[in-house]
Design a protein around this ligand. Structure first.
Ligand code: SF4
Ligand code: SF4
Length: 202
């Protein structure tokens, strides 16, 4: 994919759209640390870098334009955050140091709380991600995307979704198709995750 190509952008998400910054500020406040979200210059690097772009209904760039326009319902209903495989490729390439991956997590939380996201497969995607982190201490993007597509997409749409995503991951992103090695300190991570679950339940 040409790195400058922006896919799936709605016409209404152009740079001249009406601004309503309340939603943008809400997302920035809910994202840990300084997300720099308000600094987006709509360059499209994130969308052109994303290995999951072909499965997203809007690119990350378009989502940020929609946030700036106050398009709450459209953003909450979008599958974009749920198709994010947390590879951080967009984040390291963003010229504005916007914490794009973290913002995707914020949007997932907001979508669940608002009950606007109706796709019941979404939580499965997150559970698969968490299982990789609990077992290996890291994400396994190809496995994550593959399991989700095989489990939830009909055969007719599975291949058109999976092939470009897998090729993007294997070639442009240089990701390994093999399961990851466990990180050092896996036992320490398990203790941290166990404590986090205890705090969440309290
Ligand atoms: S790469 Fe950064 S600045 Fe460019 S569109 Fe994406 S979030 Fe905005
Ligand atoms: S972190 Fe998510 S949004 Fe960013 S490039 Fe990876 S899959 Fe795409």
């Amino acid at each position: 994919m040409n790195e400058n190509v922006i896919v799936s952008d709605p016409p209404s998400a152009g740079p001249l759209m009406h601004e309503d910054l309340e939603l943008l500020h809400e997302v920035a406040l809910l994202t840990p640390g300084d997300s720099h979200l308000e600094m987006c210059i709509q360059c499209g690097t994130c969308g052109g870098s994303c290995p999951s772009g072909s499965a997203m209904d809007h690119t990350p760039r378009a989502i940020f334009a929609m946030l700036r326009a106050g398009m709450r319902e459209e953003v909450m209903k979008s599958n974009t955050p749920w198709m994010c495989v947390s590879c951080y490729y967009c984040t390291v390439r963003c010229p504005q140091d916007i914490h794009i991956t973290d913002v995707m997590y914020t949007l997932k939380n907001m979508a669940l709380k608002s009950k606007m996201f109706q796709d019941t497969t979404a939580s499965d995607f997150s559970k698969t991600f968490i299982s990789y982190v609990e077992n290996y201490g890291r994400s396994f993007e190809i496995g994550l995307a593959g399991i989700h597509n095989v489990t939830h997409l009909r055969l007719a749409v599975r291949l058109p979704n999976m092939v470009p995503m897998a090729l993007g991951m294997l070639t442009k992103k240089g990701m390994s198709p093999l399961p990851p090695k466990r990180i050092k300190g896996m036992n320490d991570l398990k203790k941290i995750l166990k404590r986090a679950k205890e705090l969440e339940a309290a």
